[in-house]
Design a binder for this molecule. Sequence first.
Ligand SMILES: NC(=O)C1=CN([C@@H]2O[C@H](COP(=O)(O)OP(=O)(O)OC[C@H]3O[C@@H](n4cnc5c(N)ncnc54)[C@H](OP(=O)(O)O)[C@@H]3O)[C@@H](O)[C@H]2O)[C@@H](O)CC1
Ligand SMILES: Nc1ncnc2c1ncn2[C@@H]1O[C@H](COP(=O)(O)OP(=O)(O)O)[C@@H](O)[C@H]1O
Ligand SMILES: [K+]
Length: 558
Amino acid sequence: MGEILTAAQMRAKEKSIMDSGAASGLELMERAGRGVVDAAIHAIGDLTSCNHHAVVLCGPGNNGGDGFVIARTLSEMGWTVEVFFWGKAEALSGDARHMHDLWTAIGEIRPMTAEAAGQGVCPTFLFDAMFGIGISRPIPIDCARAFETVTKRQTEDGMKRCFVVAVDCPSGLDVDSGEVLVPILEEDADDEAVMAYFPETVRPRLLPLHTDLCVTFHALKMGHCLTEVSDLAPAVVDIGLDADAVGQVPIPAGGPTVQVPPPELPTKAWVRAVTAIGAGGHKYDRGHALILGGGPGKGGAARMAARAALRVGAGLVTLAVPPEAVAENAAQLNAIMLSEVLDAKALATMLEDDRLSAICVGPGLGVGQRTRDLVLTALRMTAEDGRRVILDADALGSFADTPEDLFKACHDGVTITPHEGEFARLFPDLGQRVRRSDPSKPALGKVDAALRAAERLGATVLLKGEATVLADHRGASAIHSALYDRKAPWLGTAGAGDVLAGLIAGLSAAQMAQISHAIDLAAVAAWLHVECARSFGPGLIAEDLPEQLPKVFRDLGF
Ligand SMILES: NC(=O)C1=CN([C@@H]2O[C@H](COP(=O)(O)OP(=O)(O)OC[C@H]3O[C@@H](n4cnc5c(N)ncnc54)[C@H](OP(=O)(O)O)[C@@H]3O)[C@@H](O)[C@H]2O)[C@@H](O)CC1
Ligand SMILES: Nc1ncnc2c1ncn2[C@@H]1O[C@H](COP(=O)(O)OP(=O)(O)O)[C@@H](O)[C@H]1O
Ligand SMILES: [K+]
């Protein structure tokens, strides 16, 4: 698993392999269907106590074609298979039609209605092959209801439910944005607000398609990484798209080109490659991070950022606070140095010292003119010299009314770290379209939104959340999802974002601009952030995060 693709990129890969003659559409579909069966059986493991009965729900496109292959494969293995079909056989594509006909030679097809699908024994597997990457609007209500009624079939003991396998993606998932396009319940149909499809009002009323395992082809798609689509981590089936001919065909732009590695990759080498961790040397070789802090009583956020910067490997860290906050901070700091900074002019003087190699502005600073001045000064003083600036929280909030001022001042050494609210205030047009707010327009999704924002800024954007998305002005992007086996919901705790900003600042301080791109450092920081949260576990508060770093580094073998 290296790359994450958009639907268009996947289609381009499929087309190029077919055009090259290396495989036909039918061969790909056969491999896809058989791969799903293998992955499903592998997930269950021991089938001895299962009833070898499966239900396959097939849709009107090639996803349905995969479903017919699944039905035939299981039937050949001696399973009892029920197939429900939504669509018209004559409207199927050539490949899907062929698979449909192969199935009808050995088995029955019934129309997909809730009544029909609700009858019968509880199957071991329910395969959702209704809609795949070709979904364009909420799935038909009959499909959603048929799905639901199969999952409600019960075993004799009334306990067991079937194991639901989504083919390519759960039907209704927009694989580019991660948005779920499932239908509005009929009982809501006379509610104007619901029918207007405003996500806030509609979401709780939507019919969820619960999935145990999602099996996709060749590579994960963006939606699998932006939304938790199944209980188990998605399985990826190799359908033979890696042949040479495919590599030579440029795939369309717009998808991520950098991916935060999953934990099974050689993480130590990756962390070492983009940081100075484990490199040894003098403290002055590992940079000096400057963190700007807020006024009296508002210093916690910046202190946590400073602590994270020091623990992650900056040689020195200085916290610079307004004069009236010096006493408070002096009482709280030891290894972190303390300076006083009255205003932007004082900051400019301080930044003349180019040993200060990275600057973090925002946590706990307060929204207003003083913060705006500090941000613009930090950006001006670093515009030409390769030093990196991390803008978080109030540094972003202070430009909600004048975002253009920030855009003009940003440079390629800047990383901004907004959560979705801060992002929407800085980029209202993009923020609105992260999710579908207008039924007639597809959602932009977090990756596209972050890429457009990064282009506008000429800088790196790290858009936070359960799935953290990174993008830069060169068009590189990455997704780091704290989902599936990297879940860390307890990381959503006050101050966690301040720690992340400090981690990026610490890595940036230790790293000179020419060695790696800002997006790589932000990606390592995002990975370490979640790793620290997972290492600590539930009960975590933000202060605990930097204290987990030594253990995380030890576990990596440093
Ligand atoms: N290419 C290959 O060789 C391989 C492809 N593979 C498989 O193909 C899948 C992609 O196939 P696909 O492009 O046919 O799209 P798919 O997701 O089946 O649905 C599109 C159909 O649904 C329709 N439709 C859409 N939304 C709708 C709605 N709300 N309500 C009603 N109808 C709706 C839409 O019609 P239309 O929008 O024109 O009305 C169209 O008919 C992919 O996910 C993978 O499983 C694998 O076998 C590997 C090899
Ligand atoms: N459910 C979640 N799972 C994993 N990480 C999360 C989750 N919710 C939030 N986070 C992470 O926690 C941090 C919260 O940051 P932020 O929203 O800025 O909060 P704060 O301002 O309190 O620091 C972000 O890094 C975000 O990615
Ligand atoms: K599906």
